[in-house]
Design a protein around this ligand. Structure first.
Ligand SMILES: Cc1cc2nc3c(=O)[nH]c(=O)nc-3n(C[C@H](O)[C@H](O)[C@H](O)COP(=O)(O)O)c2cc1C
Length: 357
């Protein structure tokens, strides 16, 4: 089972609660987390990308966020083994494929083949508008990203100058060298839609999936095996890995973890990450618009939630593996102490279950 850490490079992480905690978006905090994850033998650290107007979502998730591309790139210098994945909105700007190919190849060399990219197209209207146009239609975004990434991949592979006149991008005698070390960097996309899954089938090594049925664990488990089968089948025999993001609420015992969750919820803000303040057309979180339990809304983040003591968390991760999922990309409420407790108490149980070496 791959283990990833979803870094809180944005204020409030994934949970809009004022319950006191150490979590901050600062580089030093995130660098320490990345090093801790690496010491625990995690495989991946991952940063999201967001563009929010002044004030952000709420008082806690107030919009302060480091840029994902640069932050994760900088982590290459302070880590040595872990895979580093940046999220990039490839349609914003717009980026030119030549820039992207060159920057990616550079990071690939700096990190010695450890850099990968989560290619996203932007699901919030407010973000596209910030860049100066109305939000591009959902499936059209994937067509544009497909063209973009096709050119980028060509540049990473081509031994000769490359000229191209497409719908959205043009190059004359484009060339980049050095080439990426191992063919190309790891490609990821995060999606729940058919168009996004088709895009993943063409390009991605890893698909960051979400629960089609919401955040509650048992409800999610009812739908995830079929969803994973669908994603893998779309790849037509190409090996695509799937990862999912559980928000882990961990304490020494199940009872203490339930109390921890209650305390987080008791101090939650009404307009969290997914509460609809800024319109999104993402299919991936369709169910989140219909939260049926206050507690789920209060915990907010995480595509699914796992609440419990070490045994329960390990058993839940084992169930995700049995559902066909290849990795978990963990987020926590209070990242530093919660990750430390996870390393001390859950990791040995995952090893005992044969899920980790
Ligand atoms: C697990 C997960 C993580 C995501 N991370 C980001 C992100 O960091 N930034 C972003 O703009 N969109 C992110 N997205 C949104 C997707 O990139 C995509 O825009 C959205 O899900 C709409 O596409 P879909 O309808 O194909 O799901 C994420 C989606 C998922 C499922």
């Amino acid at each position: 089972m791959m283990l990833g850490l979803f870094l809180p490079i944005q204020s409030g992480g994934w949970t809009a609660s004022t319950l006191p905690r150490s979590t901050t978006w600062t580089f030093d905090y995130n660098a320490a987390l990345a090093r801790q994850a690496e010491d625990f033998g995690f495989d991946i650290v991952f940063g999201l990308a967001q563009w929010l107007p002044k004030g952000g979502y709420n008082e806690v998730q107030d919009g302060q966020a480091l840029d994902s591309f640069m932050t994760v790139a900088a982590l290459a210098a302070v880590t040595s083994r872990i895979l580093l994945i940046s999220t990039v909105h490839v349609l914003y700007g717009p980026w030119h494929p030549l820039h992207f190919a060159k920057f990616g190849a550079t990071l690939d060399h700096i990190s010695k083949g450890r850099w990968g990219v989560n290619v996203v197209t932007g699901h919030r209207a407010v973000e596209h508008e910030m860049f100066g146009w109305p939000r591009i239609e959902h499936d059209r975004r994937y067509e544009l990203a497909d063209e973009f990434l096709g050119v980028v991949q060509h540049l990473w592979a081509a031994d000769e100058n490359f000229s191209y006149t497409g719908e959205s991008w043009r190059l004359k005698d484009g060339y980049i060298t050095p080439k990426p070390l191992f063919g190309r960097p790891i490609l990821v996309n995060a999606t729940g839609s058919d168009a996004g899954i088709e895009f993943a089938a063409r390009h991605s090594d890893i698909v960051f999936i979400s629960s089609p049925t919401g955040t509650e664990f048992e409800t999610a488990m009812a739908a995830l095996p079929a969803h994973v089968t669908k994603v893998k089948a779309a790849a037509n025999g190409r090996d695509i890995k799937t990862i999912i993001n559980p928000l882990v609420i961990l304490a020494e015992t199940d009872t203490a973890a339930e109390s921890y969750a209650d305390a987080i919820v008791a101090q939650s803000q009404p307009t969290g990450f997914h509460a609809g303040k800024f319109h999104s057309d993402a299919h991936a979180w369709a169910e989140r618009k219909n939260f049926d339990k206050d507690r789920q809304r209060g915990l907010g983040g995480g595509n699914i939630q796992i609440i419990g003591g070490p045994e329960k968390i390990a058993a839940s991760i084992a169930r995700l593996k049995a559902a066909g999922i290849d990795g978990v990309q963990l987020s926590f409420f209070d990242f530093a102490p919660d990750l430390a407790l996870f390393g001390k108490t859950v990791l040995p149980l995952l090893k005992a279950r044969g899920l980790r070496l």
